[in-house]
Ligand binder design. Structure first.
Ligand SMILES: Cc1ncc(COP(=O)(O)O)c(C=O)c1O
Length: 469
């Protein structure tokens, strides 16, 4: 068997990941060609002297990303892939099959989409045009380094009202997306070579940035009510990245007791909590819990926000609220850096916020997403029933389903044939176990109520005849 990856048990990277990366590289490098039959799981287990679970997990990940295809009664084959980009970006794509319906008929439960039908496009266009028309020299200049003061002022007001976060514009830095925020924090806190804890599973977009900054990720398991603080206490990390308002991707809300324990950990260890409040605007049930930042009395919380969910992902507008104690350090360390978000976009957002339109938009969207969320849950109950379990469902723009008797990959394949795209969240686990392959992530922000119902009906038809296990 000419198939001998070098797997090193001494490395911190799990064997599953090493095997996955090796095969992926071979495929992308053209050394494993489409149509090549892969060794069976049993053969590879024996050949490499590793566990069946390791091979299974690597194969499943490669299948969910479309690199491998499993053909019943035939085996596992290298799939036809489009020529990868020079620096391949791992985007979880459902496997494409020849018989799939044309893309415009698809009901696509992709996460990250927002509602465009009710988007106040006219008003936004007016703000963009007014921003450019404003007679001022600023149009010919760079933005202030931390971002436009007026925008930071608006954000500061907004956060006080909506999240109880007290801040001055001086503490706020405008960034071009959450990943840019994380990269900046890595530089500021000198996290290179340091241990950084994050929820397991957690947002892979952030994990990639931390890894690229040579941080050692310490995955902290989740309990029913979120991050295991007990586990964090035994870790070597002095920084933790968390999504307390709506754990990504599972969905639970971190209760107040755990928030206090987390703060205590930060105070005692002089650690930092990086709080990502990415979709806190969209909460549909239960009492809102104050943000960690609003509870922080010792300046240990770095707060991250984004306009990607509350407004549009395409504006690439997000922000960091730093404790005042870090601002001097920031100014010193980043003195030579220019602001990377266009001042035109920032000014347009200022006008949009000053007119009260942003708050109106958020209120309208909250109602609309709540309607979609209810329609989704109702359709699941009506058409699918106990064949799936809805994991946590109180807020946000996505939900997770736990499947019974079928894996995510099998369901993705079946659903594609019927014209529905659903996604496996497996990439959000640093160390996925076989159980992680029984989840499906459904984003619903960009779909209409009718599309949601239609999509779930079709998904239900894919589950017919599946025995619950
Ligand atoms: C946990 C989490 N944080 C932040 C974001 C938004 O990132 P950005 O601000 O780069 O659009 C997302 C989007 O998917 C997310 O899932």
């Amino acid at each position: 068997m000419e198939f001998t990856p070098f797997l090193d048990k001494e490395l911190p990277e799990p064997l599953y990941n090493q095997l996955y990366h090796w095969i992926k590289k071979e495929i992308e490098g053209g050394r494993l060609l489409p149509g090549t039959k892969m060794p069976s799981i049993r053969q590879l287990t024996t050949h490499l002297k590793i566990s069946r679970n390791t091979v299974e997990a690597a194969y499943q990940q490669l299948q969910s990303e479309g690199y491998l295809e499993s053909v019943p009664k035939s085996g596992i084959w290298v799939a036809e892939i489009e020529k990868p980009p020079l620096h391949p970006i791992v985007v979880e794509q459902p496997i494409r099959l020849e018989s799939e319906p044309t893309s415009h008929n698809f009901v696509d439960f992709e996460y990250g989409n927002v509602d465009l039908d009710k988007f106040p496009l006219k008003k936004w266009k007016k703000c963009l045009s007014d921003a450019v028309d404003q007679e001022n020299n600023w149009l010919f200049q760079y933005s202030e380094k931390q971002g436009e003061f007026a925008l930071r002022q608006e954000i500061s007001n907004y956060l006080l009202q909506s999240r109880g976060v007290r801040s001055t514009p001086d503490q706020i830095i405008i960034t071009a997306g959450t990943q840019a925020s994380i990269a900046l924090i890595c530089q500021l806190l000198d996290l290179q070579g340091e241990f950084v804890a994050m929820e397991e599973p957690g947002y892979s977009g952030v994990r990639s940035v931390l890894e690229d900054h040579k941080c050692h990720i310490e995955p902290v398991p989740l309990e029913k009510d979120g991050l295991s603080v007990e586990h964090l206490l035994t870790s070597s990390s002095h920084a933790v990245y968390v999504t307390p308002s709506h754990q990504f991707p599972i969905g639970m809300v971190l209760p107040i007791t755990k928030r206090m324990q987390l703060l205590k950990w930060a105070y005692q260890s002089e650690g930092y909590i990086i709080e990502d409040d990415y979709d806190s605007e969209f909460r549909y049930l239960g009492q809102p819990i104050p943000s960690l930042k609003s509870l922080d009395e010792e300046e240990r919380v770095i707060y991250l926000g984004t306009f990607s969910k509350s407004f549009l992902p395409s504006v690439r507008l997000s922000y960091i609220v730093f404790p005042t104690s870090l601002i001097a350090q920031y100014s010193q360390k980043f003195a030579a850096y220019n602001q990377s978000v266009s001042p035109i976009i920032q000014r347009a957002m200022v006008l949009f916020m000053q007119s009260g339109e942003f708050e109106r938009h958020v209120r309208r969207m909250r109602k609309l997403y709540q309607k979609k969320h209810q329609a989704l849950l109702k359709s699941i109950e009506q058409y699918i029933g106990p064949q799936v379990e809805v994991v946590v469902e109180k807020s946000g723009l996505h939900i997770l389903l736990k499947l019974k008797g079928i894996t995510a990959i099998e369901l993705i394949e079946r659903a594609l044939k019927k014209g529905v795209r659903v996604y496996s969240p497996v990439r959000f686990w640093l160390n996925p176990t076989p159980d992680c392959h029984s989840y499906i992530l459904l984003g619903f922000g960009g779909l209409s109520v009718e599309e949601i119902e239609e999509g779930i009906k079709l998904l239900a038809s894919c589950l017919e005849g599946i025995e619950e296990v």
